[in-house]
Each structure stands twice: as C-alpha cells, then as structure tokens.
Design a protein around this ligand. Structure first.
Ligand code: SF4
Length: 167
C-alpha cells in the first residue's frame, strides 16, 4: 500500500466521528448552568470539541448534561427527557447537586440523578469551574471513542437499563 492510504475498520471511523460531534442537551436548573454558559462562551470555547451545537430537543442530541439541583418532583421529567433521546446517548452529572444532591440534604431534593437515570461521568465541584466541565466532556469523548458498536445491544447494557426499569 502506497503513501496517502490508511487502513482502519468501520467501527473506528464511526467512533471517531461520534467522538468529535457530540451534541449536548443542557438540562440546567441552577448555578452550575451558569458555569456551563461560561464553558460554551468564547473564552473556554466548547466548540473546539465539536459540541457547540446545543440541542434543546432530546431527539437530536447525544449527551445529556444535567447541571444544578434536581428536586424529586423533577426526577420523572429528567427521566422522560432521557427516554426521549435516541441511542447511543451519554449522561454527565455536572456538579455536586446533580451528582449527589450537594449541600441540599433535604426531603425535596434528589440525592443524585443516578437514582433515576444511568450516569457516565460525574464532574465534582460546587460549582465546577469550566475547566472541570471541559474535562468531563473529554472523559465522555474517551468513552465514546472506546465504545464498540455492539455495546448498546449487549446483555450488560440491557441489564443496566433494566436496573432503572427501562426496557
Ligand atoms: S453544585 Fe453548587 S453551584 Fe452547582 S447547582 Fe449545586 S449549589 Fe449550585
């Protein structure tokens, strides 16, 4: 094979394309959402990662970014948004509130969104700085790049969804 040729396989090409064109759905309910706005603005420039196209429709996004305090009342709505996303889909819990309820250890606040939907990456902090949010996006990129095309139809993945009552 001469110069200018590269051999690869279909799976790697798909992973590369997915990794660099992740469309986020910002589910922002409070202060962490403001940090996300800074992340998307020119200084931190989320566009560098192919993720400048925010989707406010669950049907047209890959990455659910949950930023802020989620009340127990809001849990079913968050779950509904997740269910409306097409596979393959990924989830980041941005900040202490989305990850664990944060400082709001109260009767009304969900103590982590992983009680209602599966989470791929947790970003710590209250609030996390934009660098930390970018780091979370890069962690998602690593997962997307390493994910095989068959994962979403695997028994393990079905079991994971089954543990959340999702068929
Ligand atoms: S983690 Fe902190 S900054 Fe983020 S939503 Fe909760 S209270 Fe606000």
């Amino acid at each position: 094979m001469g110069e200018g040729y590269m051999a690869t396989n279909f799976e790697k090409v798909v992973s590369l394309a997915r990794k660099n064109s992740i469309w986020p759905l910002p589910f922002a309910t409070s202060c962490c959402g403001i940090e996300f706005m800074a992340t998307a603005a020119s200084h931190y420039d989320l566009a560098r990662f192919g993720s400048e196209r925010m989707s406010f429709s669950p049907r047209q996004c890959d990455l659910l970014m949950v930023m802020g305090t989620i009340s127990k009342k809001m849990g079913p709505i968050l779950r509904q948004v997740y269910l409306q996303m097409a596979e393959p889909r990924w989830v980041i819990a941005v900040g202490a509130c989305a990850s664990s309820g944060g400082i709001f250890d109260t009767y009304s606040v969900l103590q982590g969104i992983d009680q209602v939907i599966p989470v791929d990456v947790y970003v710590p902090g209250c609030p996390p700085r934009p660098e930390a949010i970018l780091d979370g996006v890069m962690k998602i990129q690593e997962l997307v790049h390493a994910e095989g095309l068959r994962r979403r139809t695997s028994e393990q993945y079905k079991d994971l969804l089954g543990s959340y009552g999702i068929q």
